[in-house]
Structure formats: C-alpha cells, structure tokens
Design a protein. Structure first.
Length: 171
C-alpha cells in the first residue's frame, strides 16, 4: 500500500483482533450476514465511515457502491448526503466482507430500514460497483438516476472512481 495510506502489519493484526472480538467470528473475519450495530462517529466520504460499537471504532465501507473520490465532482455532496443520513446516528451494518484495508464491507441500514447504498444510488451520488456486487436493484437505481440526470449523472461524462484512482496511480 502506498502514499501513507497503507496499514502497518501491527495495525492489520489489531483490526483483525478487534473484528474477532466484536463478532466472535471464525476464520479471522466477521461472517457474511452477521451484524454490527453502533453509532456513526465519523463519515470519511460518501461510502465510508467509522462506527463505534461499545468502546471500539470500526471502519465500514458501504457495500455495492462507489462514491466520487475527494477532488472529483460530487464528492463533497456525496459525503454531505451520507453525513445527513447517518452522522452521529445508530446504524446496523450487515456484513458482506472485510476489505484489504481492514474495513467491514456491508449494507449500512438506517434506523428506518433503508439502505444507505440504495439511497446514494437513487440520488445519483454513487456508481453501482458491479465488480463487487451483483444486485439488479442497484443496477435499476443507477439507471433511473442516469435517466433523470440526477447528481453526478448531470455531468456529460462522469469518470468512475475506480478509473480516477487507477489514473492517479498511473495505470
């Protein structure tokens, strides 16, 4: 991992231990379908946050969507939208996986049962991340936002975040 964003070996071990303690999971990671309930204490960007469970902070990445990166059009709007829905509020995260940065990747459920990922897609503030998700509802929500030119789809040729990140890395 590069540019100071990577985790040291000790940090990865600490996150793994925390996840095991939090979920009591086997095989070193939370099991798909398990749930984490806690308060969102920090929104990092449109699709990632920190959730406090008990006295522990856990990084969470929203499953199935990819919001614009900092410096891209609609990045600040996506972060603001997410903050408005989950900032300092209780959420339930239905676990799908743990990513390479040690964050839980999950469906973030609002108190009223709505899915944060679906709301981001509906508002045109995220791409459906087909590489990691296979959900016809996500595809439909993205298509509806595109057709209505909502959010990032109001731009003539929005660049997907995965392409933006690859271009920044030089490939």
């Amino acid at each position: 991992m590069t540019r100071g964003r990577g985790w040291s070996g000790a940090a990865v071990i600490a996150v793994t231990v925390l996840l095991l303690a939090t979920f009591g999971a086997r095989d070193g990671a939370p099991q798909p379908g398990s749930e984490l309930r806690g308060q969102v204490v920090q929104v990092k960007d449109g699709d990632s946050m920190v959730v406090r469970k008990g006295g522990d902070n856990v990084g969470v990445r929203v499953f199935g969507v990819d919001c614009p990166e900092r410096g891209m059009p609609f990045s600040a709007r996506a972060k603001s939208f997410t903050t408005g829905l989950v900032g300092n509020r209780e959420v339930t995260v239905v676990v799908h996986d743990v990513d390479r940065y040690g964050r839980i990747v999950g469906d973030v459920k609002l108190a009223d049962g709505r899915s944060l990922g679906r709301e981001l897609l509906r508002e045109g503030l995220a791409w459906y991340y087909r590489r990691y998700a296979n959900d016809p509802d996500f595809e439909k929500l993205e298509a509806e936002a595109r057709a209505a030119k909502r959010g990032l789809w109001s731009e003539p040729n929005p660049i997907p975040p995965w392409k933006f990140r690859a271009d920044r890395r030089g490939g």
